[in-house]
Every structure is written in structure tokens, then in C-alpha cells.
Design a protein around this ligand. Sequence first.
Ligand code: PRP
Length: 204
Amino acid sequence: MNHPLIQHKLTIIRDKNCGTREFREVVNEISTLLAFEVSRDMPLEDIKIETPMGTANSKCLSGKKVAIVPILRAGIGMVDGILDLIPAAKVGHIGMYRDEETFEPHEYFVKLPSDIEKRQIFVVDPMLATGGSAIMAIDALVKRGVAEENIKFVCLVAAPEGVEALRKAHPSIDVYSAALDEKLENGYIVPGLGDAGDRLFGTK
Ligand code: PRP
């Protein structure tokens, strides 16, 4: 996503001197801007509406309702920003942590809206590093009857390795990222922005 506001705000949160409060605020702001781009292809239908001055041939959304699915913990930091734009969206949660040595993801929590298979889903997580967490979260949705074409993955920074792995595992899923970074190093995105979960919640 090369929108100047997205790029400028990303610079703010990449800075290691950006504190928890600002980090949290700006992650939400970027998420709102990303949601604007990600929702660009939402289908519309024609509608006639009475304005105070007459009849207007206008448009309204006609597609699936939205569910935002953050990957815990860090994905939570993106939810409010997206809800600012799509306030009626439902929110499901998928808990995932990476083993600190092997970087293998482990699922520990799944709670989704009951009609999840009927919704357009935005899976959100600030980081796509090895891709393991994203792949496993999407697997969890597919296992519960969600069609891959109803899922979009939205992140802030991605490593080429993660994009490649996600593409291989789920080729039909669109990936949206504020930036595509250089590489993965010891499981972390370089230059990236550090550990988004720790920076959002002040746990390190
Ligand atoms: C981080 C991040 C992603 C995942 C990305 O989560 O928020 O969920 O790692 O890495 P991957 O693409 O290699 O799977 P972490 O496991 O640190 O948990 P947290 O969000 O609770 O901090």
C-alpha cells in the first residue's frame, strides 16, 4: 500500500523511540487507511432514494457483511481502526503464539461469529514474518466452513518469505500490507518494527 499517509505513519511506528501510546494510536490510524483500500472492491447495488430535493439514483453496499478476525495478540491493535470505518463488522478472535525457538505457531483460542462462513473476512495481524501464524489462522477458518475467496489478509509489514509461504498455502487469498520489507532474520522481519505485540501492549 503506497498511499503517502500510510507510508508516513508506518515510519512513525518503525522508529524504536516510538512509545506504547503513540504506537497503539498510529497502528489504529494505519489500520483505518488500510481498511479503506481493502474495502475498495466491495460490491454495490443501485438504489433510488428521496433526497430533500427529489429522487436520486444512488448506490449502497450489497455484498457480504464483514467480520474482522485479529490474530492474538498483536492483531487486536488493528481492530478499532478498522471498526472506525466499518462499525457494523463483527469480530472473531484467533489466538496464536510462536514458539520462541522454532517459530512454529500454536493455536490456543478460536472464537468466531456464528455466521462466519457467510461473511467477508479480514484476517488482521501487524506482522507477516514466516507466515506460519497467518496460514494456521486461515486454516482454522477454512476448517470451519469459510471459503478462501471470502478471506483477505491484512498486515502492516511483511517479509517476502511470509508472503511466499502464505501464497503457497492459500493461493487465492489476497494479501494487503503497508510495506514489503527486505528479509527475515531469526524469525523477525528486517527492518520491520520489532515485536508488534510487545510494542502495542508494553510487555517488553
Ligand atoms: C507475532 C505476530 C504474528 C506472528 C508473525 O506474534 O504478531 O502473529 O508473530 O510471525 P509468523 O509469520 O512467523 O507466524 P507472536 O507470536 O509474537 O505473539 P503475540 O502477537 O502474542 O505477541
